[in-house]
Design a protein around this ligand. Sequence first.
Ligand code: GAP
Length: 442
Amino acid sequence: MSEAENKMEKIISLCKRRGFVFPGSEIYGGLANSWDYGPLGVELKNNIKNEWWKIFVQQRSDVVGLDAALIMNPKVWEASGHLKGFTDPLVECKKCHGRFRTDQIDIEAACAKCGAEADFTDTKQFNMMFKTNLGPAADSASEVYLRPETAQAMFVDFKLIAETTRKRLPFGIAQIGRSFRNEITPGNFIFRTREFEMMEIEYFVKEADWKNNFEMWRSEMEKWLRHLGVDLANIHFEEVEEKDRAHYSSRTIDIEYDFPFGQDELYGLAYRSDFDLKNHMENSNQDLSYTDPDSGEKVIPHVIEPTWGVDRSMLVALLEAYQEEVAPSADGTEEQRVVLKFPKWLAPIKIAVLPLSKKENLAAVAKPLYEQLTKRFACEYDETQSIGKRYRRQDEIGTPYAVTVDFDTLEDEAVTVRDRDTMKQERIKIDELENYLEERLK
Ligand code: GAP
């Protein structure tokens, strides 16, 4: 196993051990490639989504939000081209019936699953949309699809949103939500799953302005990566050739990351032209054009679409934050510590309140302190095991500050604040603690 693969295994194990991510339906033997986000995982994921929403919706006057129904009228998927074009090329090994994506294997080589000499079926186009039925009758008239991308609702609701918000071009609609794809080859932990979350913006522009807005979003995506704590040396902006682009795209840049299993897509940036609005206009017979209030000019807006995967963001945040270090232990020797050096805004728990022992006189100070801090920050109270072990546990889940209440606290009304990254400890008066932490967690 390479060092990178080993790191991935360690992260998967840490995620299970500490409650970030568990295998789905585990008591029933699991369900292939399904994962459940545990107590810390859901906090981490929510921090990503909330920060994204704050930066790209609340702090921008040119982007508004949407939370649309997940199951849409099936005509949407006909108009968008997904019924015809949202496919992956599929082959099957004639011996073991293992299924593969033609673009991911060498069909001249032996089967990667059973090792038999290459003998595959002809390539079939496999549609990745999940089908289900609306209501009790399971007939073709009730067939609907689970959305494979959040984008379509932003096109379908474009007119309503433009009218109700009175936004002028250029402006964007943003949405965070779950999408479903019946992937042929899911895998690599939470990298490729059959249900996942996306954060997407459809940014509507005049055709003449698409290039500068494409560049604007490229630079915004780069800024976001830095904010997430990603070293840009691990990122590659790859221009996607026409033959490899999604059916709706006139230009795509894949933002790829050096994952332990190889360089692969983290985010995408596409120029969807007027493809979607035009198709929805034709199929719905509704006018989805935009009239410039000043010039009276009527246009079908063109669209720049930056897309972020939530689960892949979380995987990359974990990979970038994970460090193994040698640190002094409580008995003066050295030991290894595992630490998740998340940017502070991202850490699922910001402050751990740790009474030195379970003695009641310490709890009498530590508990009210915890109650006070937890009103403003995500906090954890932990009084079990040695203080050294508790520090290690907080390091492993990425908690930036540990506040220790000890016997001196009863005399000097001060606590020890330990910094996750430097491991330096500072004595702070309880009166000043909230401001001290507030300053550092900004
Ligand atoms: N509306 C554009 C769109 O759907 P995409 O590149 O197909 O574009 C967007 O998907 C993002 O969703 C990807 O960049 C990736 O981060 C994430 N993503 C796609 N398929 C995924 C899967 N099977 N599992 C987890 N994340 C996935």
